[in-house]
Design a protein around this ligand. Structure first.
Ligand code: 2P0
Length: 352
């Protein structure tokens, strides 16, 4: 009823995910439908995460969104697509249950906080849209599974669809034009391979100068290497990576992770004009990783780089001292990496 001024509220966390088979390229830019499937590892929400509270009330006059205390533009097409879908699902709930409060017609207030630097290029949009979608879905009491929600979060940011579940997650590119089968699915839960660790190394470089959205479309338009990647390389690699995870085969996981990162950055170099996300500082992390693996005579760590210079190093808990210890010892002393240890090195992020 109109004098109901109650404020309804729900809060949730969403984790960061770091792809080991990279998403790059869209076949539909409105729905964020990708040209190839991708696969990621979810980091622990104790380490890197977005916390979001969604509330609604008939007393609110506008939809609003804030991130780390600053008002954000909520009118963007991607955020609006997510809110439109969520409100439609709430309307379905209200149509089924006449007792249900009429939340779909109320304005929303969404408040988000990242516990990591937003500008550092650490998949903030992935955790951000995943948390936004889940907070509103919880507020609306939607009977939606994580995979259902991934279809909505994908429209906010492609990689966000992989942040609605823990563990090892595949985003299947799907075949339909409407995106109904472009969804995230669990490859294995975190406890399938709980020894996996991720070390995030933050390069003290400036913000990236080419956004992912713009960069990937430039690659799609100009790179012949990318065509080969999307058609030949990734489909085989997806199957091989799923097998490596099922078998808990770290050597295979590491080889595929490093090769896919390098293939993705080679496609950026093959873009016209070329895009450089890795820099000299990034390459120093590659060399450190190579040296650690060489000294063990086996693969104990794997690097991967996204659309920026920061490195993520995957390794197993049993090699904590050799890998994280070596990086922590070196990073402070290597030019370009953040000198402050607390900021430079995120301790081995345990999976949830
Ligand atoms: C990934 N990245 O798979 C790849 C690897 C960056 C490099 O997903 O335009 O921010 O919002 O769909 O998801 C970054 O792209 O792009 C990304 P949009 P998004 O994690």
């Amino acid at each position: 009823e109109s004098n109901n001024q109650e404020v309804y509220r729900a809060s949730t966390y969403a984790p960061v995910n770091i792809a080991v088979i990279k998403y790059w390229g869209k076949r539909n830019t409105t729905l964020n439908l990708p040209t190839n499937s991708s696969l990621s590892v979810t980091l622990s929400q104790d380490d890197l995460r977005t916390h979001t509270t969604a509330s609604c009330s008939s007393s609110f006059t506008d939809d609003t969104l804030s991130l780390n205390g600053s008002p954000q533009d909520i009118a963007g097409a991607r955020t609006q697509a997510c809110l439109r879908e969520l409100r439609q699902l709430r309307k379905d709930v209200e149509a089924q249950d006449p007792q249900a409060p009429k939340l779909a017609s109320m304005k929303l207030q969404i408040v988000s906080e990242n516990n990591f630097p937003t500008a550092a290029g650490l998949a903030s949009s992935a955790a951000g849209f995943a948390a936004l979608v889940r907070a509103v879905a919880d507020l609306y009491h939607l009977p939606a599974s994580p995979t259902d929600l991934s279809r909505i979060a994908r429209q906010g940011s492609g990689s966000a669809c992989r942040s609605l579940m823990g563990g090892y997650v595949a985003w299947e590119k799907g075949k339909q034009d409407d995106g109904s089968d472009s969804l995230a699915c669990e490859v294995a839960p975190a406890n399938h391979w709980p020894e996996m660790r991720a070390l995030v190394l933050v390069a003290s470089a400036e913000k990236k100068d080419v956004s992912s959205t713009a960069g990937m479309q430039q690659t799609v338009a100009t790179s012949t290497l990318f065509e080969h990647r999307a058609k030949e390389v990734v489909p085989k690699r997806m199957r091989a990576m799923e097998k490596a995870i099922h078998d808990r085969d770290f050597a295979a996981f590491a080889t595929l992770t490093m090769k896919d990162s390098n293939n993705f950055h080679a496609c950026n170099l093959d873009t016209d004009p070329p895009i450089f996300y890795m820099n000299d500082v990034s390459r120093s992390a590659v060399r450190m990783c190579e040296a650690i693996n060489f000294s063990h005579d086996k693969l104990v760590c794997a690097y991967t780089f996204d659309a920026g210079p920061n490195a993520v190093i995957y390794y197993l808990d049993e090699h904590e001292n050799e890998v994280a210890g070596t990086f922590k010892g070196l990073v402070g002393g290597v030019k370009g990496w953040e000198g402050k240890r607390g900021q430079a090195v995120k301790d081995g992020a345990k999976l949830p």
